[in-house]
Write a protein of this length. Sequence first.
Length: 325
Amino acid sequence: MASAAPTATPQRVVMVTGGTGLVGSAIKAYVESLGPNPNERWIFLDAVDGDLRQMSVTRGLFERHHPTHVIHLAARVGGLFDNMRDKVGFWRDNIMINDTVLQCAHDFHVQKCVSCLSTCVFPDKTTYPIDETMLHNGPPHFSNEGYAYSKRMVEMLNRLYHEQFGDNFTAVIPTNIFGPNDNYYIEGGHVIPGLIHKCYLAKKNHTDFVIWGDGSPLRQFIYSMDMAKLFHWVLYNYSDPSPVILSVDETDEVSIGDVAREVARAMHFEGNIVFDTTKANGQFRKTASNAKLRRLLPDFHFTPLRDAIQASVDWFVANYDRARK
Ligand code: GDP
């Protein structure tokens, strides 16, 4: 539901599409932690506010809220296994959503629009670490082609709107995000929330904790609360259509097996951890460089993975009944 704290005439109205998901709720918590600002109003849109694939619906939301700034998070997203099942659906839904939101941001003279991509849209066959300049240098991994190509088009559109109309549109490219309010769906969800849910059930039912694949793939994870702070910084301090990777350092890359052991530790799970090698591993690695971010924000402190996993496990256990799963 759109939440709009009434203020007189705020100078800035920030509308967040997909505002109640993992990143949107983290941004909301971060903005609230900064305290009230009479010059700013934040609107966090939810899926029930309208289907952004339809231009008339998106236009109606812009007419209603008149945003000066847009954080565009709404997307069809899913883990490896969901992506493999419906590539056409991932492509179409995201292309339609991005087309309506960016065109309305243009039509309504939005001062800044920041969209959210993902490092999983980078080329599969590449050299590492990957950086922002390499986005289109080869096909993405076959497992998520629909999603990846649709998201790559946002980077292109940001440049084209800038070149043709001078619009101030850009994007961030985070690595795997996790945290409170994630989608803890097991079948089609992402790995950390999936593992947290599976470990919770394994502990409760005294069964094995089953990890899909052999646990060797490497990933960089970013905690949603860190992502929220960085997103806020990009919104007000970064003005260039070229995207910025939001990632922990390359030395903080971890294997899925180690992440599973951290989840088990945080959950106080003492049963067996087993690897189901009949399930896909997906991409082996997609190591991203955060050199650009470090140049812009050298002192940013990322929450240690152990602390962030503990906070997410604690949130899931405390909110089991209401968690999306
Ligand atoms: P990706 O980073 O885009 O590939 O997406 P995911 O967040 O789905 O991570 C997938 C990696 O975690 C693959 O190596 C999977 O084999 C592994 N994995 C292990 N257990 C799970 C699980 O329960 N759910 C998911 N989604 N992936 C798992």
